[in-house]
Design a protein around this ligand. Structure first.
Ligand SMILES: *[C@@H]1O[C@H](CO)[C@@H](O)[C@H](O)[C@H]1NC(C)=O
Ligand SMILES: *[C@@H]1O[C@H](CO)[C@@H](O)[C@H](O)[C@H]1NC(C)=O
Ligand SMILES: *[C@@H]1O[C@H](CO)[C@@H](O)[C@H](O)[C@H]1NC(C)=O
Ligand SMILES: *[C@@H]1O[C@H](CO)[C@@H](O)[C@H](O)[C@H]1NC(C)=O
Ligand SMILES: *[C@@H]1O[C@H](CO)[C@@H](O)[C@H](O)[C@H]1NC(C)=O
Ligand SMILES: *[C@@H]1O[C@H](CO)[C@@H](O)[C@H](O)[C@H]1NC(C)=O
Ligand SMILES: *[C@@H]1O[C@H](CO)[C@@H](O)[C@H](O)[C@H]1NC(C)=O
Ligand SMILES: *[C@@H]1O[C@H](CO)[C@@H](O)[C@H](O)[C@H]1NC(C)=O
Length: 377
């Protein structure tokens, strides 16, 4: 029951690091404002801890956990079947049980009724080892409005790499209940470390502002879960390898299958990081090994995922779908959110670089990252 105090510790650490980064000349947030904001978030986190403590052992929370374990096992089974993988899957992050155990769960739900926190399947598929309160950090410079609603964000072009099937579950830490009906934006760089939809010197997307690869939006289901079929992101100058996720609830679904984003109700902005051993394994494979941008380690990143410990853990759980990493990965994480929080007017935490529509992609001149108010490096 240490999630929140750990988060508070993390936020205190980033407080020191964030300030110099966003306080370039012409800054829009001064150091005091940022400090106050982070202090306020610490208080919110501390409140959240009490709430979580009170309900984490409830029957409802346990039932949700049991369903999550089965769902993840099923997903892995389906992914393996689809790809004709028969070799053993490997859980890479921690030295744990073999595939046999969770394949048994997958085929036989009986065991789930006897679920206890000590069963092996729980050890494999629970998100318990990830911090439920993943802190919100900046959306970064390359968020784009108006993306396609789709689970599969891998397009024919510019998306070679290791398949990454990502499952994210959102839990409201005020209620400890999963949050259905949220709309989640996913975006990440390709294996060469280049984002789609952004055509500037630091990130020249092939097909320019019009490109949309590795971007997409999905709604959460009744268990607060979204899935994305993506690829493992590539590294790029200035940042450790990561995936962006942003949560809205005031949206309009357009008839053309895109999402129109309203104001208000941006309840979470976050980034997932990947542990070093996994990153290194990916980087050895093609085409990641042709990416010539400088590598930034988790320790060097300005948001210091390298300081993750039991307190703050922004690394999704994952396993190899087969013997080899090139068979693809399944990764999952639970993210705690505060549904009454709203980051809409909290630039630069929330800011879009461009919007995508029938006229193609168009740069947002009001983005402090695009117009040079905040340095990109
Ligand atoms: C999972 O987290 C809950 C809440 O902190 C804790 O009570 C339980 O022991 C944890 N289970 C495992 C297997 O770590
Ligand atoms: C959630 O966010 C709201 C708005 O920022 C805040 O007033 C409230 O205290 C937060 N709730 C918790 C439990 O932290
Ligand atoms: C299903 O699992 C239960 C225990 O969890 C076991 O008793 C039963 O034999 C299994 N059935 C099949 C068909 O595997
Ligand atoms: C990644 O995208 C860039 C520009 O969009 C492109 O030049 C590059 O070939 C892509 N990399 C891969 C591996 O597709
Ligand atoms: C939703 O977004 C629209 C468009 O920006 C805005 O007019 C409306 O006030 C927002 N609703 C809420 C509840 O924030
Ligand atoms: C989708 O439809 C909306 C609403 O009509 C429009 O604003 C947007 O430009 C369209 N997007 C695309 C990619 O055509
Ligand atoms: C982007 O897409 C729009 C709409 O389809 C098109 O009119 C425009 O020419 C495209 N721009 C580029 C650079 O391909
Ligand atoms: C750049 O963006 C910031 C933040 O939205 C805005 O305040 C500023 O006016 C913009 N500057 C220019 C030159 O457009």
């Amino acid at each position: 029951m240490v999630y929140v105090s750990k988060l508070a510790g993390f936020l205190a650490r980033i407080a020191l690091l964030v300030i110099p980064v966003i306080c370039h000349p012409g800054e829009i947030h001064d150091a005091t404002a940022v400090k106050n904001e982070i202090h306020a978030r610490n208080l919110v986190a501390a409140t959240g801890k009490h709430l979580l403590d009170a309900c984490s052992n409830s029957l409802e929370a346990r039932a949700l956990q049991a369903r999550s374990i089965v769902r993840r096992a099923n997903t892995v089974h389906e992914l393996r079947q689809k790809r004709d993988i028969t070799g053993k899957a490997q859980k890479f992050r921690r030295d744990l049980q073999s595939l046999d155990t969770y394949e048994a769960i997958n085929h036989n739900m009986t065991g789930v009724k006897h679920y206890t926190p000590n069963t092996p399947e729980h050890t494999i598929f629970s998100a318990n080892t990830s911090c439920i309160l993943t802190p919100s950090i900046v959306s970064g410079p390359y968020y784009v409005w108006g993306e396609h609603i789709r689970k599969n964000v891998v397009e024919d072009k510019w998306c070679d790499g290791i398949d990454l099937h990502l499952e994210v579950q959102y839990i409201d830490f005020n209620t400890c209940k999963p949050v259905p009906g949220l709309w989640v934006d996913h975006w990440s760089a390709n294996a060469s470390g280049i984002y789609s939809g952004i055509d500037i010197a630091a990130n020249e997307a092939a097909d320019g502002w019009n490109s949309t690869y590795l971007r997409g939006v999905q709604p959460t289901d009744k268990d607060g879960v979204v899935n994305f079929d993506s690829i493992f992101p590539g590294h790029y100058h200035g940042r450790a390898t990561h995936t962006h996720l942003l949560v809205h609830s005031n949206v309009t679904v357009n008839p053309n299958g895109t999402l129109e984003v309203g104001t208000g109700a941006i309840s979470h902005v976050g980034q997932l990081f990947y542990n070093t051993v996994l990153r290194n394994a990916v980087e050895k494979t093609y085409p990641y090994n042709t990416n010539t941008q400088p590598v930034v380690t988790n320790e060097e990143d300005r948001f210091t995922p390298g300081q993750a410990d039991n307190d703050y853990d922004p690394f999704p759980e994952f396993l190899y779908l087969g013997d080899d990493i090139t068979d693809g990965l399944f990764a999952w994480i639970q993210v705690g959110i505060n549904m009454t929080q709203d980051w809409t007017s909290n630039s630069p935490y929330y800011v879009a670089a461009a919007w995508y529509g029938e006229d193609g992609g168009v740069e947002n001149p009001e983005s402090p990252f695009m117009n040079g108010t905040i340095s990109l490096l």
